[in-house]
Design a protein around this ligand. Sequence first.
Ligand SMILES: *Cc1c(COP(=O)(O)O)cnc(C)c1O
Length: 468
Amino acid sequence: MKKGNQPAEPYRIKSVEAIKLLSRHERLAKIKQANYNIFKIDSADIYIDLLTDSGTAAMSNNQWAALMLGDESYAGARSFRRFEKVVKDIFRKAFVIPCHQGRVAENIMFSTVLKKGQYVLNNTHFDTTRANTLHKGGIPVDLPCEESKSHEPLPFKGNMDCRKLEEFIREHGAETIAMVIMTVTNNSSGGQPVSMANIHEVSEICQRYKLPFYFDCARFAENCYFIKRDEPGYAGKSIPEIAREMFEACDGVMMSAKKDGLANIGGFIALNDEELYGRLTELLILIEGYRTYGGLAGRDLEVLAVGLQEVMDFDYLDFRIEQVAYFGRKIIEAGMPIIEPTGGHAVFIDAGEFLPHIPPEQFPGQSLVVEFYIEGGIRVVEIGSLMFDSIDEKTGQIIHAPRELVRMALPRRVYTNSHIDYIAETAHSIVNRKDSLPGYKIIKETKFLRHFTCDLDVMVPREEKVKP
Ligand SMILES: *Cc1c(COP(=O)(O)O)cnc(C)c1O
């Protein structure tokens, strides 16, 4: 546990955006009109939006100033040179390929290197990484460490299982594997960090078997902070030093800069292999744009160059990670069970445990999502059976998600601890009437990614008295 005071926001507010809390009566009407699907509610009708930490960061005064320096030349823009220099410096690679977001980096990479039927190994694939692997004919395999399944608040639950990694390589042969990817922090396992020891071990195995080792590093700075705080031997190192050590252990990176780029759009690939750089940029030019802008405006590249440096500021990271931890403690105090420890970018509520009277087929997570909106105008997202139910191909039976979770993602530099206190009070009001929360049924759905668009209805009609 940290000693000393909880840090306060290490910035002050220069520009504000008004947010409005609709009346309870209006909120009930809006959620009903949206058929209980939170994605169908306009942001103007949301008071606090915790749907995602992607592309939602507040820019700094220096980033806003950098916007005006954007060089919008088609080729060889000054803005690209600035961006390229910063990326080379942090990620220790010779070649930089800009693109407009993370999934394009994945598309370009897998379209180029993946042979049909090859495996991609990952601590845990993020959704778009998994989808892009499958789409290009590859087979994604997750190798999370044993500790990731534990309910204990252990550090570095995002690690890869090195024993399983080596077993897999021995069993299937290195030639069947396109690449090994380390996702930092491990998004799909709750933003849990990966230790430097684990990174070195995976790197060493990849070198031994001559396998390309890449990072999916959307939240690299948050991961560096956890290494500094919790891994023996790193307390005295700076965040840029830790980043350097991390990235010198790999062949390349793919990054969605909508997270730790502190920007609203952007992504890139950085690597050392010149021949591969040539092949990747052929496809880049076809689907994104020329090598020196890749689907971004010059001003976006300027913003990223500043954001990628600002995100490594210790005071910023210290507040950021502690704010997420504070948020987690407040939700526990309010009476809801969460996944511990909190990771880098979100608090996950265990809705299955919180609402045992709602079975998975009636979506306990979604019930809680709807309630956060009705009670407080807060938008959170279900990560459970509504999102991840699948059908067993042999038996035709529905397989439910392993856990019924609700994610409350925290945008960077956007909400104050006073907003967090408000969310915790909302949670507490829900706790007081949890037994009355209803289950839901789907009345209309699509075949893929149904959670974005499906319509739902309440299993038992809501009997709440509403004061207009
Ligand atoms: C967000 C994310 C992606 C995809 O990036 P987009 O910018 O949303 O396309 C890939 N990997 C991880 C770990 C992410 O968090």
